[in-house]
Design a protein around this ligand. Structure first.
Ligand code: HEC
Length: 196
């Protein structure tokens, strides 16, 4: 049987660690190795931020869709984006694993059922705002507008909120009616000091 590569790699790491500990145990060699380098006048950290980088983070989508960029995406395209960029963490259908809040249509009456996009989010437009700035969690800001609209279409379709042929864009996304829209009330208590 051929050895498994990851086992071999693990053993190598252990060997390297032992070798490093051995060197540190010999005082003479260790002090020679840490001679302080001369510090430069300036480190030159950071570069001026250009407009393109600011634009990538300057995202502000309102519930009514204000701020949504041009572009569009279908449920079908979204399935491909989801598989490639999201399924590793959210599972093949958006219901598995520890982050299982993308898909779920349990009624509010079942609360405290898992809160999902389908049963808890009051505005579909929040999906754009959140996903484009925060997801994929390991590389946020890397989805194009078309990819973002497409993966939103897929999520909404999986939540049974739009049809399989639907296309999401700046005008169709704000028009999606979310079941949780009426499950929140405005806090209009005049006597309250709560920050609204
Ligand atoms: C590296 C893992 C990872 C990847 C990849 C990833 N996510 Fe997430 N996602 C998370 C985690 C963790 C959370 C929970 C974050 C929190 O609660 O603060 C989350 C939360 C979310 C939520 C909010 C769910 C809710 O109801 O609160 C949405 C929507 C979402 N992700 C969409 C996506 C989409 C779309 C993609 C692919 C483009 C994606 N994620 C890729 C880890 C990931």
């Amino acid at each position: 049987m051929r050895p498994r590569p990851q086992v071999a790699f693990g053993s190598l790491l252990v060997l390297v660690t032992f070798a490093a500990c051995g060197a540190a145990d010999r005082p003479g060699e260790a002090s020679a190795a840490v001679a302080a380098p001369a510090l430069p006048e300036r480190f030159g950290l950071g570069t001026p931020v250009d407009e393109a980088r600011i634009a990538a983070w300057d995202v502000d989508i309102r519930p009514d869709g204000t701020g949504l960029p041009p572009g569009s995406g279908s449920v079908e395209d979204g399935a491909a984006v989801y598989l490639l960029r999201c399924a590793a963490c959210h599972g093949p259908t958006g219901t598995e694993g520890p982050n299982n809040r993308l898909v779920g249509t349990e009624a509010w009456e079942d609360f405290p059922a898992t809160r999902t996009v389908g049963n808890y989010w009051p505005f579909a437009t929040t999906l754009y705002d959140y996903i484009v700035r925060a997801m994929p969690q390991d590389s946020p800001g890397t989805l194009s507008a078309d990819e973002t609209y497409a993966v939103i279409a897929w999520i909404l379709h999986r939540n049974e909120l739009i049809g399989a042929d639907a296309v999401m864009d700046a005008s169709t996304l704000p028009a999606v009616e979310m079941p949780a829209r009426d499950r929140f009330v405005v806090d209009d208590r005049l006597e309250s000091n709560v920050v609204r």
